[in-house]
Write a protein that binds this ligand. Structure first.
Ligand code: ADP
Ligand code: TRP
Length: 338
């Protein structure tokens, strides 16, 4: 019997500034580990960024920097398909076809759009659509095109993006319903790695690490800055000699994600026994983090240099992606009557 076909997983990465260690643990590493069991596809959603970023230099800079971050974190461009969305124009042709199958009501219910309307209502504005461009409104359709163009089965995303993947599944269903006799899309499913492993990282104020709370430890920091941020993480006032609860300590919870299993188990024991102060634990966290981030930063800087292997990798990735997209789009075109 032939081996069952490997499922296709696709991850879209929005080019925004300054990734933090929460993104690395909750999104980047889990998405990279899928390569073992899936045909893995990663792309940078640069056209999605246009809904909010109007500065062309920023779009270019963030796109390169996010590509360098993922490659530095271990993305293997030989074993995967890695490309920029804007290099695959087939996406936008498919987006039009999909938009003709998408009820306007479905877009009205998208959380991101609804959130803006709610904010406008709260601010007492008459026009609830104030500040909404059509790119933002149609965002879920473009995302559906990204997903369906590669005939993806699984889409690893953060919790806030699961609705968008459900919308893509709905749209795939409509297409299959109307045109299924000549072509059918796989119906995609979201996977939320963060929820699976319970690895939400706390930030420097003890709340969930997030850009919106301004409590992040960015991935690329000079050493003194890293040390300073770690010192800022809150601790309780249990004296040095007393036993401590590792699981309620944000410092330990970060350490747990970066140190090897043996070190984590040993540190846990030492905290529970008493005699270890929070200052000492913070020094340990600094050493562990600094060692890992140092390598990551060196690789990142190499990749960010003009003419580095990054540019070649993205050019090759675009070709691979288009070779995959073209035959699918041809089938879609034939199915709808082009
Ligand atoms: P932020 O909250 O900083 O704006 P994003 O919403 O851009 O981060 O998240 C990008 C990805 O990183 C998502 O998949 C999200 O689940 C993951 N992520 C963000 N913050 C954390 C965290 N503190 N712990 C684990 N994963 C996180
Ligand atoms: N909307 C996603 C985000 O904000 C990025 C994205 C664009 C995406 N297209 C995608 C994610 C396709 C998964 C699949 O993070």
């Amino acid at each position: 019997m032939a081996a069952p076909a490997r499922k296709v997983s696709l991850t879209g990465i929005k080019p925004t500034g300054d990734p933090h260690i929460g993104n690395l643990i909750g999104a980047i590493r889990p998405a990279l580990s899928l390569v073992e069991e899936h045909d893995s596809i990663y792309f940078i959603a640069d056209y999605h960024a246009l809904t909010t970023i109007r500065d062309p230099e920023k779009v270019r800079e963030y796109t390169r920097s996010v590509a360098a971050t993922w490659m530095a974190a271990g993305l293997d461009t030989e074993r995967t398909i890695f490309y920029r969305q804007s290099d695959v124009p087939e996406t936008f042709e498919l987006a039009w076809v999909l938009s003709c199958l998408t009820g306007k009501g479905l877009m009205n219910r998208a959380h991101a759009y609804k959130a803006i309307r709610d904010r406008n209502a709260e601010a007492g504005r008459d026009d609830l659509d104030s500040g909404v461009n059509m790119g933002l409104y149609n965002y879920p359709i473009l995302m559906a095109a990204d997903i369906l163009l590669m005939n993806s089965d699984l889409v690893p995303v953060g919790r806030d993006q699961t609705q968008h993947v459900e919308i893509a599944a709905d749209i795939a269903g409509s297409f299959n319903h109307h045109y299924g006799a000549s072509f059918r899309f796989h119906v995609p499913k979201a996977v939320v790695p963060e929820a699976e492993a319970g690895r939400t990282l706390p930030g420097t104020d003890g709340r969930k690490m997030s850009k919106s709370y301004d409590n992040t430890i960015p991935l690329f920091l000079p050493e003194p800055k890293l040390r300073k941020l770690i010192r800022r993480i809150p601790t309780d006032s249990v004296p040095v000699e007393e036993p401590k609860d590792p699981d309620s300590s944000p410092v330990f919870r970060i350490l747990e994600q970066f140190a090897d299993a043996e070190t984590v188990a040993e540190t846990r024991k030492r905290l529970e026994a008493g005699g270890v102060g929070w200052g000492e634990l913070k020094n340990q966290l600094f050493e562990v983090l600094n060692e890992q981030l140092r390598d990551l930063r060196a690789r990142y800087e190499e990749l960010m240099a003009p003419g580095s292997e990054l540019d070649r990798a993205l050019a090759e990735g675009a070709e691979k992606a288009r070779r995959r997209a073209r035959p699918l789009l041809d089938q879609v075109r034939a199915a709808v009557g082009m």
